[in-house]
Design a protein around this ligand. Structure first.
Ligand SMILES: [Zn+2]
Length: 147
């Protein structure tokens, strides 16, 4: 007796939807006509950089919480860019360029659609978060270079 092919499970359907979304996203990224990824933007997009959660993971910071927002709020890329009150004014400037509020889901699509949004996102990170101007190396919030 031949096995009938089972219908995909709910997790399989969700995984397939995620895969299609990623394929679409990667295609749009590769076909973009503007936008270079600099050191600071790569930190935002990857979450690997001067964020206390990331730094703590590698023993370069003792705490992962946001010094501005309190001990129950983890300082990661998403918090810094979309939530932290420390960057409210800069976020407002970015949202004015974008023409709407930004979120983790909407920022990169807006950056791909509009070069001005891309440049504003680049400036947000470069001008406002990394106080030590660490260049090509990671640094902690005190401006110390991490080897
Ligand atoms: Zn915060």
């Amino acid at each position: 007796m031949q096995d009938r092919k089972a219908l995909p499970s709910r997790p399989e359907l969700k995984a397939a939807a995620r895969r299609r979304s990623m394929e679409n996203y990667i295609a749009r990224w590769q076909e973009r006509t503007h936008g270079q990824v600099n050191f600071y933007l790569s930190q935002v997009l990857s979450g690997h950089g001067c964020f206390r959660q990331y730094l703590k993971r590698f023993g370069h910071e003792t705490e992962d919480w946001c010094p501005e927002c309190g001990s129950d709020i983890v300082e990661d890329a998403e918090h810094v860019l979309f939530e932290c009150r420390r960057f409210g004014f800069q976020r407002q400037e970015l949202e004015e360029v974008a023409g709407s509020s930004i979120s983790a889901e909407s920022l990169v699509p807006r950056m791909l659609e509009d070069q001005r949004v891309w440049e504003a996102a680049n400036s947000f990170r470069e001008n406002n978060f990394c106080n030590s101007k660490c260049g090509e190396t990671f640094c902690d919030s005190k401006g110390q270079t991490i080897e």
